[in-house]
Write a protein that binds this ligand. Sequence first.
Ligand code: JFZ
Length: 618
Amino acid sequence: MFNEMPSGTLGRPVKFIYLRFMKTRIVCLPIAVLLFAMNHAACYGQSMEQMWDTTSNKKQQPNAQWFKEAKFGLFIHWGLYSKLAGSWKGKRYYGSGEWIMNVAKIPVREYEKVAADFNPVNFNATKWAMLAREAGIKYLVITAKHHEGFAMFDSKVSDYNIVKATPYKNDPMKALAEATRKQGIRFGFYYSQFVDWHEPNGGKNTWDFDESKKDYQLYYQQKAIPQLKELLTNYGPLGIVWFDLPGGLTKQETQSLVDSLHKLQPQSLFSSRVGQGLGDYKDFGDSEIPPVPINDLWESIYTHNDSWGYIRHDMNFKSSKEIIQLLAKVASRGGNLMLNIGPDGEGNIPYYSVKYLKETGRWLQANGESIYGTEYGFVPAQPWGVTTRKGSKLFLHVFNRPKDGKLLAPGFPNAVRSVYSLADKKSLAWKKTNTDLIINLPAFKSDAPSTVFVIEYACGAPSYDAKAPVTISSQFETNTVEAIKATTWGEAAIKSITFSHYYGDWKHETCITGMKAPGDSTTFSIRVTQPGDYSVILDYSCGRESAGQEGRVTLNGNEFLFKTLRTSEYDKAAPLLFIKKPVAIVNFTKAGVYSLNIHPIQQGPELFKLKSVILEPM
Ligand code: JFZ
């Protein structure tokens, strides 16, 4: 079932490159990006599916400032699949609803008939644009043509379009482009430039057409390029052209495609999935946020439930609290969040998408200053939340209130001018000891999505210290030490592991892998802020082969042994299961910085894939 899903880069787990330096491996992101780009170029020719490009051309984009500041985008998947709503001939499908033609192997001639019933009479461009505005969205990208090949716009290139082939007869893209701009929101198109299941020469329909007889060049010349030109000519200025799933073109051909399109709209930004490292900004996938801040232009895409296109039986919507925290987390690493919704075939936006988007908008009304136009904050993630920065203001996004109300912002060398809550501007008492800033928080609702506090400071922002010790505090029920914070030794390495839940519902987890021998060890630097007893919990995934091996945690002069438990085999087309297994209690008699080390006792298969170490006060 999964073999039709492009899987090249998803199968390749390494997303960060580690340079061997003495015995340590040091994460080096800028070089990683470069090698990544080269790697992609080298990949070409082996498989087109490996081209899910997440690299960008790294050129300074003079028109990218708006994108850098926007932070919150709305993605809309809408097409004939929205009408099918996840069902075909009485059978229900789960996962990416826009893939139903492929998953159910629907012949072109049958699928085409859906158009005859496609009549989105409830579509209202103004309503959609006003919802986006109310949600605090700054840019909107909608599918002009997805893999199904159906143009949701008025196209002279192919009659397989909404004006010619449906009873609706109108061009909703025209109306939406106008309504969106009227609301002060940048408008953009998604366009599947290679995968087109409707065309004999388009990519990836193997159930109707013989792949070996395809002429991709012809497809580009006859459909993709002319339609892209229509989109870049007839709909006013586009903030973004969101290409997806590149294929069939060499780097040179991709370059000339990009050049000819940029000529039509030089200011428009092209997504990294145009391929060959020629996009203007980087895209990460679902639940894929770079684990440390990145300076370049980038975007994380998430869908509101489990599918991009509308599925009637998919009710797994993220709450507004989840959206708000996600937005803050993405902003705290320097990126944009583009959240996807899937309107139905009648043009209605799902009830919970409307509800939670509006709630998110209400939060942004009061707290937008801490999101829009910000950069990543220099205080790394803490047990209480994350930070963003603008000018001489550091914003603290507090998801969890410390029990005693005393919030620690470590790594704060600057002189403090004032500290206050963002919502009511009430100033707060604070105290500074060396580079520790401690703020007396007011009482606030502990289940609030995020409560924001502002520190105004003097002098320039200090740089982000990716290796700062991770704060462990008894003021929180739980403290998580993420894999990315590790220093690894020997064969141990930090990798991004990709797998999926439902069809096309990709997940990415950063884990420590490759601990096969006692020398392949992992060290974390932690800073315990209150003495006491803490439970040490390992959060890992472990296959049959790896299970039953012994490992050792050393911490504060103590050694704790454990045996690995089987969770699930790694399979990129299935959920990777993790267990949070307590392995010891450790007592700290005084606050301070400690080193936590984990390694196998004996040589053997990889001990486990370690996602995090969790410390919980007893
Ligand atoms: C692609 C499409 O195939 C899909 O239908 C949807 O349009 C989505 C936005 O883009 O699918 C992907 C590709 C990569 C990831 C997730 C979905 N990813 O890396 O997590």
